[in-house]
Design a protein around this ligand. Structure first.
Ligand code: AN7
Length: 416
């Protein structure tokens, strides 16, 4: 039977029970399926005929059959062959899985469609999260879609404008906490513990992870039912890399793919507790007190799902690496300019990490690599404008415009 299970002591909880941490040992939970049951379920349906999307995998989601889903058409994002970027970096087989193509512009929608569906199934009328921006934008949209109340706690002054505007326009109650994300999350956890009518949808909620695991399924299906050699993911709270790995393992266990990729997590230098744990082969993370990076989405010092992420990286024989703000911004620009894909800084961390790992000889020229770009560039227009060439101001006259474009000289030379 499908159930929730503590990742440490394996205590089991039902899927209709509201529980965020194990009541026995306090660790985080994950959703577990009975493999035989799943095999029977998927072989008895025609899921392969529905379009690529989160709900194509409804049989693999812990949602009751009769429940009406809360959806805006999430998933089914493009897996783009990046030939030009690949040859620039020295890789022959590079793909970009562009999660900015989701309804609210980030991968969070995969988790929220399932998480908010679960919330409604459980009878919740009020959902809450702490967020560096994208989680709040997504939750606000899905709560609006479901017609339930939404509260989001964000760190003050440090979230990208596009994301803030989304949470606001969807009608969420937005609290800007004078502190960082990690502090905001602590309050949200306490609130959900104290006020049982408020349903928590941060990524410790295992139902959100279930939605996000579809990212792993989709990549394999888009590569003709094969896993790539490596998947590179920007890491903040570490829910996404854990979710992708969960999805891949499930596909493997169901016999839908024959091998598993190396999971590779990238963090910004100023907030890299997971990279630190991987590099020092440590069984604990040391939280970063004052995380700092231009990639505000992953400005997270104490990732709640660190154990799952460290496990995913180790189990898959992957690796983790840090990148500087400069490397992130250069990669963002490069991707935008030679592939036409505009992503926010946190997403570009995956490209920056790829570049670094190729240079170090860790990623080989012939590896088939998928970089996940997690959020759309329009989320953070300020950073993009700051790093780009300014528009040239011209008089509303043909000669001035030609001059600015360097066409004046040519015209006059030809005329001679
Ligand atoms: C664009 O919105 O944590 O490792 O509160 O927005 O699963 O946390 C955002 C995270 C990567 C990291 N890329 O994913 C939030 C939040 C983008 C993101 C991440 C985030 P996780």
């Amino acid at each position: 039977m499908v159930h929730q299970e503590c990742i440490k002591c394996k205590t089991s909880y039902g899927i209709d029970e509201i529980v965020y941490f194990c009541k026995k040992c306090g660790d985080i939970l994950e959703v577990k399926f009975d493999q035989k049951e799943l095999l029977e379920k998927i072989s008895g349906t025609d899921w392969k005929t529905s379009p690529l999307s989160v709900w194509r995998y409804r049989d693999l989601m812990p949602i009751h059959e009769t429940t009406k889903v809360v959806t805006l058409n999430e998933g089914g994002t493009g897996l783009h062959r990046a030939q030009r970027l690949g040859s620039e970096l020295g890789l022959s087989n590079l793909y970009i899985k562009n999660e900015g193509e989701n309804p609210t512009g980030s991968f969070k929608d995969r988790g929220m469609t399932v998480g908010v569906t679960k919330a409604v199934e459980l009878g919740a009328r009020h959902v809450i999260c702490a967020s560096t921006g994208n989680t709040s934008a997504s939750l606000a949209a899905y709560a609006a879609r479901a017609g339930i109340k939404c509260t989001v706690l964000i760190p003050s002054g440090k979230i990208a404008y596009g994301k803030l505007s989304q949470a606001m326009i969807h009608g969420a109650k937005v609290l800007q906490v004078k502190g960082n994300f990690d502090e905001a999350l602590e309050f949200v956890l306490k609130l959900a513990e104290k006020h049982k009518t408020i349903y928590l949808l941060n990524s410790i909620n295992p139902f959100r992870i279930e939605g996000q695991k579809s990212l792993g399924y989709e990549i394999c299906e888009q590569l003709n039912n094969e896993a790539p050699d490596r998947i590179i993911v920007p890491v903040g709270n570490a829910g996404n890399i854990s979710a992708i790995w969960k999805g891949l393992k499930e596909f493997y266990q169901l016999g839908l793919i024959k091998k598993l990729p190396k999971m590779t997590g990238i963090q910004a230098v100023g907030s890299a507790p997971i990279v630190q744990a991987i590099k020092t082969d440590c069984d604990k993370i040391i939280p970063v007190e004052n995380p700092e990076t231009v990639a505000t989405a992953i400005r997270i010092g104490a990732p709640v799902s660190w154990k799952k992420a460290v496990n995913a990286i180790r189990e898959s024989h992957g690796t983790a690496e840090t990148v500087t703000d400069e490397e992130i911004l250069n990669s963002q620009k490069l991707l935008a300019q030679i592939e036409g894909i505009f992503v926010e800084p946190a997403s570009a961390a995956s490209i920056a990490g790829l570049n670094k790992l190729i240079k170090r000889g860790i990623i080989l020229e012939d590896e088939r690599v998928v970089c996940v770009t997690t959020g759309h560039g329009l989320k953070d227009p300020d950073t993009a404008v700051k790093m780009s060439e300014k528009p040239i101001e011209v008089d509303a006259e043909m000669t001035a415009i030609e001059e600015a474009l360097g066409l004046r000289n040519k015209v006059s030379i030809l005329a001679q």
